[in-house]
Design a protein around this ligand. Sequence first.
Ligand code: PBG
Length: 329
Amino acid sequence: MVHFAQRPRPRRNRKSDAIRAACRETTFGPEHFIYPLFIHAAQHDVPIASMPGCARLSPAGLLAEVEQARAVGVKMIALFPAIAEELKEPHGRESFNPDGLIPRTVATLKARWPDLMLVTDVALDPYSCDGHDGIVAADGRILNDETIEVLCKQAVAQARAGADIIAPSDMMDGRVGAIRDALDAEGFTEVSILAYTAKYASSFYGPFREALDSAPRHGDKKTYQMDPANAREALREVALDEAEGADMIMIKPAGAYLDVIALVRQATALPVAAYQVSGEYAMLKAAGERGWIDERKAALECLTAIRRAGADVILTYYARQAAQWLQGG
Ligand code: PBG
């Protein structure tokens, strides 16, 4: 046996579970998760083919899912509504109906679990027959300032119903400041804004659009969502959302944008969230189902990577499952 002079040996810090645990730089638990859930008004749950384990939940199905998520420590959820086709029109007016699906659901959940943190999405796509996040002009342009007026009404309706955190996902310019003003004017100074700050025009949203039947009917979202090729531009969005009063900022998607998460982490003192989106979930599920990867290990590795890159909070469809896994279940 040849003993060569190798004094520094990084493997010493990997030699046992206990040492590895002591030296671990990144940890996380269910307290870091926001669990996105799809809801609809129908009385039965409808599974989403491209997102195994997820469904459009009925009111009863939602209560059961939240109950189970809470049992493993998940205390924050985000709601996404599948709206009946006949309620969709170009201005997305159903988005601010005080008796709409989201306000009704928020009120029910808050009455049952006052400590549950409810995140509600602000954007028009689930409510618009055009499937865009904003109002579409006759020539196909997405109207920024006209859209913001509707978004403000939507945010106020959600806050009035009891939402804790308003999450504008539309990427219109100036909407964070406008929504902050609208909330404050109505006395909702304690309602937070989680801004989708760097939301990319990504191909990883496909399964989500299937889940909500919300795909754009014409064109794409490239005139408002960011170009996947850009990282510096994210810093510009961060500066604006911070100045406009965002309480947390988000990068979306997560897995293919870890560099952006790390960059933004350096640039802001605000909590940073990252959204592991539907396509990321679908890939892990699909490969896991085929036995090509170990789904549990791969999913936890992806979540670790998102935290390591600098995210405080992770929106993930794995929230309940990962919380169970972390408990050893
Ligand atoms: C739309 C919205 C989208 C997602 C969240 N809010 C889709 C889109 O921008 O087209 C995607 C989430 C996911 O894919 O999991 N306002």
